[in-house]
Design a protein around this ligand. Structure first.
Ligand code: GCW
Length: 694
């Protein structure tokens, strides 16, 4: 982390928005600064949290006077706030200091997004839809970040030492400044919790020395209303203290967790709770002892309950209960409905497999009416070009949230929950710009905004983010918004259109490897398992009639639609059907021609994004412009690579010519197989081959 963070925090984003400045992303979406110091009155007791609200307003509020006042209104949620603006003077009221802080960030956002006059004489209340709006960091104690593309962890590795040694604000270290900037960013969009270690959790996380560090982070994040949570390893009692078993029904194991919970809360009285990945991808869990997920989750929930803590138990499991991986989590969890304690929430990835560029929603949503459920979204772009490809995820999450509202009763279910929660796997690391590239910050931002209000459109969120980063009346703004909004569909088209999934290169999940088929390994770790291409057609038949029957896990309105190949939207075609190469798509084209069309469309889209970006040069900060332009060049090159790899490979099954409207591949099948597009290609000699085609 660069020392620049220090400067950025103390001057509170004094960077101007015009071309020629040095926007390296350090300031996140805090680019504006008022010319005057706002007149802010605090009508409540000062606290670390109200201090933040006042400081932010003084630095960036360009309007009239602002008054902050606590007002305990009946039925109003703690984090909610009311804005009352009359004649240019604003009063923010809330039952809590946190709500006042959120209100402050909200009016700053409105001012920067809409301009001062757009909301004169208004009175409205903002209430968060989810009470728990969490980031999940897949950060390891050694400082690496699983699926992280923005440098090292901001929490672990060499960070604790530098963080802890800081005594005063004037001696802020880079590590501490980064945490402050991170907390501020979260608070500005309402994120109020962070699981600060990987779900592939080290048992050492619960050791005394690490817990001391967790406490230090909890103390630093508290003023920003962010609670700390930990991912825990189910075998911790065995590994840390030599217990003979981790069986959740064993009395000693139960006692161990009860004692551990006490220890944690003695250090961190407002500790949030545990996140658990159990019996998944080699992680230990209750099933190792013949117990159920409910036995495991409840044992931990019982230990945390006296302190108000919760357990988020992940449903990302795929033990071979069925030959179709897409069905397995549902099978493992469905019958456990009503078996979980009321401080357990089942955390479910948006799709049934694994954060693919496009998946239908997971059928587990709404399938357990007596169980609290929460969605897990992935902000880090594991399957979306890492931090090289520009891909705005607001559109993807909007699609998912709309579907679970429409088909899985999401909104009504939330109302009945004691804990309404949502989580996003963070894309934050110690790069100066936190996210690997500045445009990827928009995804962090979008997650927070949707966690607060899932009815916001991706268009509105893109507009907000651009207004705060690029400017309001700048000719480039609309263009950048267009880029963001077209980006996800573009990525889907050049990677995995038409319901294709998991045809990624093994391991790093960056480039294409649809031919991957390692003998002797798990079938569902091979790309050929997912696409099933043969002479007749391509796709995974998940119909009840002739396939795996996964469609039956959905409510009829969705299940029947996708079961029938004629009503199944083309975007899910190959997810649910093994379609003939000559199948007529909804566009009127045959499947093979449509596939060619889509890959070409994706490549065209990537080129179009670059062309649009180039047109913004006169209006955009030079540093930002160059950084993103460089990324987009990589994106165009990779889109070409994806198209060539997939069309060349699938053509060996379809035996059909590439239509004239599709550019002939520039790389042969042998070439794409040999070079294997991936992160390491940027350093290895084959990179020359890759780059020569730009
Ligand atoms: O998407 C997969 C990733 C793993 C990850 C796992 C999970 C943390 O490839 O790296 O492990 O999902 O969500 O548990």
């Amino acid at each position: 982390m660069k020392n620049k963070h220090l400067v950025s925090l103390l001057t509170l984003a004094s960077v101007c928005l015009s071309a020629g400045a040095e926007n390296d992303g350090t300031n996140l979406w805090f680019q504006n600064k008022a010319n005057n110091v706002a007149n802010v009155t605090l009508k409540t007791k000062e606290s670390a949290t109200t201090n933040i609200a006042v400081r932010e307003l003084k630095n960036a509020w360009g309007g009239g006077s602002v008054t902050l006042a606590r007002a305990p209104k009946k039925g109003m949620k703690q984090d909610a706030f009311t804005i009352n603006q009359k004649g240019g003077n604003v009063t923010i009221t809330s039952p809590s200091d946190a709500g006042l802080m959120y209100g402050a960030y909200h009016i700053l956002r409105l001012e920067q997004t809409l301009g001062k006059d757009a909301y004169r004489d208004t009175l409205f209340t903002e209430t968060p839809e989810h009470d728990l709006r969490l980031l999940n960091h897949w950060d390891n104690l050694n400082g690496t970040v699983e699926r992280g593309y923005a440098g090292k962890s901001i929490f672990w590795g060499d960070k604790p030492q530098s963080f802890i040694n800081t005594k005063t604000r004037t001696a802020l270290t880079a590590a501490r400044t980064a945490i402050e900037s991170y907390a501020r960013a979260n608070a500005s969009v309402g994120i109020n919790g962070a699981v600060i270690n990987n779900v592939n959790a080290s048992p050492k996380m619960l050791s005394d020395s690490v817990l001391t560090m967790v406490k230090a982070y909890a103390d630093a994040l508290r003023p920003y209303n962010i609670k700390v949570y930990l991912a825990v390893n189910f075998s911790s009692p065995v590994v840390l203290d030599g217990l003979k078993t981790a069986d959740p029904l064993d009395k000693d194991v139960q006692k161990w967790w009860t004692k551990k919970a006490k220890e944690i809360y003695a250090k961190i009285p407002d500790f949030g709770g545990f996140l658990v990945k159990a019996n998944s991808e080699g992680q230990p869990g209750p099933m190792d002892f013949g117990r159920t997920h409910a036995d495991g989750a409840n044992m931990l929930a019982k230990a945390l309950k006296p302190f108000g803590g919760i357990v988020m138990w992940r449903a990302f499991v795929y033990s071979p209960s069925d030959p179709d991986r897409a069905k397995q989590a549902y099978i493992e969890f469905k019958d456990l409905d009503s078996k979980f304690m009321d401080n357990v929430i089942i955390q479910i990835k948006n799709g049934p497999i694994d954060f693919q560029p496009r998946e239908p929603y997971s059928p587990l949503f709404g399938a357990m009416p007596k169980t609290q459920e929460m969605a897990e979204l992935q902000i880090t772009q594991e399957y979306l070009g890492h931090s090289n490809h520009i891909c705005f995820l607001g559109t993807m999450w909007e699609e998912f949230l709309n579907d679970i509202k429409k088909y899985a009763n999401y909104t009504d279910n939330l109302k009945g929950y004691k804990y309404r929660a949502i989580a996003g796997v963070a894309n934050v690391g110690d790069d100066a710009n936190f996210c690997g590239n500045t445009m990827a910050q928009a995804n962090w931002y979008a997650f927070g905004r949707l966690a607060w209000n899932s009815n916001l459109t991706s268009k509105a969120i893109a507009h907000e983010w651009v207004s705060q980063n690029i400017g309001k009346d700048n000719k480039a703004c609309k263009t950048v918004e267009d880029i963001l909004l077209m980006s996800r569909e573009t990525v889907v088209d050049y990677m995995m259109p038409l319901g294709f999934h998991h045809i990624f290169a093994e391991g790093h999940h960056y480039g294409p490897q649809p031919w991957q088929n390692n003998p002797g390994q798990r079938a569902d770790w091979q790309c050929v398992y997912y696409h099933r291409a043969d002479a007749k057609g391509v796709g995974f038949d998940r119909t009840v009639k002739t396939g795996s029957g996964a469609t039956a896990q959905y409510p009829a309105a969705f299940g029947n639609m996708v079961e029938n190949i004629n009503t199944c939207p083309d975007k899910y075609l190959l997810w649910f059907h093994h379609a003939d190469w000559n199948h007529k798509c909804q566009t009127g084209r045959t499947l093979w021609n449509e596939m060619c069309y889509r890959y070409q469309n994706g490549l065209n889209g990537a080129r179009e994004m670059l062309r649009k970006w180039n047109s913004t040069e006169p209006y955009i900060d030079t540093r930002l412009f160059n950084d993103i332009q460089e990324k987009m060049h990589i994106q165009v090159r990779d889109a070409e690579w994806w198209k060539d790899a997939c069309l060349n490979y699938f053509q060996t099954f379809s035996h059909q010519p590439i239509p004239a409207t599709t550019e002939p591949p520039v790389h042969s099948l042998n070439e794409v197989k040999r070079v294997r597009l991936g992160i390491t290609n940027y350093e290895n000699p084959s990179a020359k081959l890759l780059n020569s085609r730009r």
